[in-house]
Design a binder for this molecule. Structure first.
Ligand SMILES: O=C(O)CCC(=O)C(=O)O
Length: 332
């Protein structure tokens, strides 16, 4: 059973940290981060009455950055605060309580409380614990992985409901950006059946933040991901082959374009390559929600994105097969 929990390692560590967390020099954030500047990824104001402008900004950011931050969206800041409080409370529960939500060690499924996610080729581990569970569709929700403390379930359900509005707006904008009707992209991805998978990342303080990574460099497998972090700096994105800190914007929703969106758009929308660092004295947390196909759903290039001059750049694949290759570092 996977019993290593980074939160426990962090609470016991005095001087040196175990070698399995120490990254090679090519990855260490102390060496590989561009210092003294934060990356100003596009900030898109959803309260702007000029809808054309919002649309243009979403499309440009998705083509050029694979990432943007939405401000003045319709999710109340008080709800986000409560959602973050109940998530943090989970990680503050006694260990045996948290273990009640643990992943099944014999299952390949992602859901549950755990530590290791990706097979890392060099055997290194991220300085992070996590809790994964689905928020939807309703028939896919498995409450075995939902914590039961305080009003976790009520608040998280409320957050999940509000997220739908943002998801729909993004699909509409990205659809129009591909020259499709506003409804077409959501229909093509079976919008009502998409998996909304919540992950809560808990990055405890680390005495040597320059040597470790929270989550190593990756792009998301999703169509897109909607993320709210706490106020501790840690998200980094790669631009022109350099790593930069991404500016923290209070109450913003960070959007990552994921691999499936790249596939369906035949490469027009670009997934963002990102990773996370940790803090010396404070706990960083983040709450990404991955908007993903069902495992059996096949994703390929949208037929309207293909013509004689633009052959498909990606092969169609069931999402479960895509995910298997990605998690096991097998070429797609
Ligand atoms: O913590 C973050 O800001 C990003 C987390 C992330 O990229 C992930 O969990 O896949």
């Amino acid at each position: 059973m996977d019993i290593l929990r980074v939160q426990n390692v962090a609470s016991q560590v005095k001087e040196a940290i175990p070698d399995m967390f120490v990254r090679s020099e090519t990855e260490q954030p102390g060496i590989t981060t561009v210092q003294g500047t934060t990356l100003e990824v596009p900030i898109i104001d959803f309260s702007n009455p000029n809808e054309e402008k919002i649309l243009k900004e979403i499309v440009e950011a998705s083509c050029e950055w694979g990432m943007f931050q939405i401000v003045n969206h319709k999710i109340p800041s008080e709800l986000i605060r409560k959602f973050q409080v109940v998530g943090k409370e989970f990680f503050e529960l006694p260990q045996e309580e948290k273990e009640k939500c643990a992943k099944d060690p014999n299952s390949q499924a992602l859901e549950g409380y755990g530590t290791r996610l990706q097979k890392e080729l060099d055997g290194k581990k991220g300085w992070v614990d996590h809790l994964f569970h689905k928020l939807g569709p309703p028939s896919d929700i498995n409450y075995r992985f939902w914590p039961t403390h305080s009003n976790y379930r009520e608040v998280t359900t409320e957050y999940a409901k509000h997220l739908h509005g943002v998801v729909d707006e993004l699909f509409k904008a990205l659809s129009l950006g591909l020259g499709l009707e506003g409804h077409e992209l959501r229909e093509a991805v079976h919008g009502d059946n998409l998996v909304h998978l919540l992950k809560i990342n808990y990055y405890p303080p680390c005495p040597y933040p320059d040597l470790v990574l929270g989550v190593p460099a990756h792009s998301d497998m999703s169509f897109f991901t909607l993320l709210v972090p706490n106020e501790i700096q840690g998200l980094q994105a790669s631009k022109d082959d350099q790593w930069y800190n991404v500016k923290y914007v209070p109450n913003a929703i960070v959007v990552h374009i994921g691999d499936q969106m790249e596939v369906i758009s035949n490469g027009k929308y670009k997934p963002v390559w990102h990773r996370t660092t940790v803090s010396k004295n404070e706990t960083r947390m983040s709450w990404p929600v991955f908007i993903e196909p069902q495992p059996e759903q096949e994703v390929g290039v949208h037929p309207k994105m293909v013509n004689q001059d633009n052959p498909p750049k990606f092969k169609a694949k069931k999402f479960k097969d895509y995910a298997y290759c990605k998690l096991n570092k097998i070429p797609q």
